[in-house]
Design a protein around this ligand. Structure first.
Ligand SMILES: *Cc1c(COP(=O)(O)O)cnc(C)c1O
Length: 388
């Protein structure tokens, strides 16, 4: 059996090595290391792929979120609602800009933002909502956009885990995750679905004026050389990373379907256990989610394959995996509202019943583009041995 890994970046590289190596050497020879033609080319190809008017490349996904909030002109004291169950970067940038993070519980089935709790959390100070498409599964964007419109709020999609995923509106039209809100932020961290060989990120928007503002913010607030109109940051995608990403972008849909195939095989084996809950893709009516995977719309691109262990044996499984050297992850082990940095006396524990429980139930299994049936059969049989 091939060596089990949480993410197999080497195996993926071997398959595209010739193309990738050539693109790197081209940039090295060109000496256009910063903002070279490779960045422009990737930007345009990504705009086409995403079906969005503007892609603004930047240095990483955390910056993409921060710059989005700066570009929207959010001010200290403005409340920004996001989820309690996500990677810390989402809430970190809100706090860093002296905005007020308002963390809310997630849906128990999809791990995404809970619409009822979202509505309840809106106050006159609320200015923005940051839905996170967790583990690669698009949040309920149609409803979120309706709520935002009714309350005049910005929507900033944290699309770090769901690049390539589609969202289907009730009328059947589709849009890529990350291009539906006022602005979307993504990450090209190596293990993400579209991963660079280093750091990288991008911002998406269909708003011309906002795109112009964002292009200045990423570049020291400069719109004309040495004229600094707003306070900006220095956040660039370097040319070598852009060249690599441009090659990988051509393979992204294949990468996504490899992940979905692996998820399908996991689902089939694990649905045999009554103690295991396989991922659910119940976000919208158009989804045929009878098998736990939407085959019609690609609304889940499985950045992570995360199951819930319902009989209290999650930690036993973690220990078993450690003994057997089976890679795994607990994303996320502590709800954000209980993290020292983000504690807030206004939070009421009763409002976080789902995340408080999820942290004891979830476990993420190896998930990547190179996973094969033999590996999945082995991993799932070890799980069933422990969980029953
Ligand atoms: C990875 C990630 C980020 C941050 O991206 P970086 O490129 O590591 O800065 C933000 N939000 C979520 C949900 C992520 O998974």
């Amino acid at each position: 059996m091939n060596k089990l890994q949480m993410v197999d970046l080497k195996g993926q590289y071997e398959k595209i090595k010739d193309e990738v190596d050539k693109s790197i050497i081209e940039v090295v020879n060109s000496t256009a290391y910063i903002n070279g033609p490779a960045v422009k080319q990737f930007q345009e190809n990504l705009e086409n792929y995403m079906g969005v008017k503007h892609v603004i490349p930047c240095a990483n996904g955390t910056d993409a979120l921060q710059i989005s909030m700066m570009g929207l002109g959010l001010k200290p004291g403005d409340e920004v609602i996001t989820v309690d169950f996500t990677f810390a970067a989402t809430v970190e940038v809100i706090a860093l800009l002296n905005l007020t993070p308002v963390l809310i519980d997630v849906d128990k089935d999809t791990f995404n933002i809970d619409l009822e709790k979202l509505k309840k959390a809106i106050t006159p100070k609320t200015k923005a909502i940051v839905p996170v498409h967790l583990f690669g599964h698009v949040a309920q964007m149609e409803e979120i956009m309706e709520i935002a419109k009714a309350h005049n709020l910005f929507v900033i999609e944290d699309n770090a885990q769901a690049i390539g995923a589609n969202y289907t509106f009730k009328n059947g039209t589709q849009q890529k995750a990350g291009t539906i809100g006022d602005v979307g932020a993504t990450s090209f961290f190596p293990s993400k679905n579209l991963g660079a060989y280093g750091d990288g990120g991008a911002i998406f928007t269909n708003n011309d004026e906002l795109a112009h503002t964002l292009r200045g913010v990423v570049n020291h607030g400069m719109y004309e050389r040495y004229h600094h109109d707003v306070v900006g940051v220095n956040s660039r995608l370097d040319s070598i990373q852009a060249a690599i990403l441009d090659i990988k972008l051509k393979h992204l849909d294949n990468f996504s379907s490899n992940r979905q195939n692996a998820a399908r095989q996991y689902n089939e084996a694990l649905s045999k256990s009554e103690h295991i809950e396989i991922p659910k893709t119940e976000t919208h009516k158009a989804c045929d989610n009878s098998k736990g995977i939407c085959d019609t719309c690609d609304c889940h691109v499985f950045h992570q394959y995360t199951i819930k262990i319902k009989n209290g044996k999650r930690d036993e499984l973690v220990n078993h995996f450690k003994e057997k050297n089976i890679p795994h992850g607990v994303y996320y082990p502590i709800p954000l509202h209980l993290q020292k940095a983000y504690k807030d006396e206004r939070y009421d524990e009763k409002e976080f019943t789902i995340t408080n429980k999820l942290v004891d139930e979830v476990i993420s299994l190896p998930m990547h583009t190179e996973l094969d049936k033999e590996q999945i059969d082995y991993i799932t049989s070890e799980i069933l041995k422990v969980v029953g």
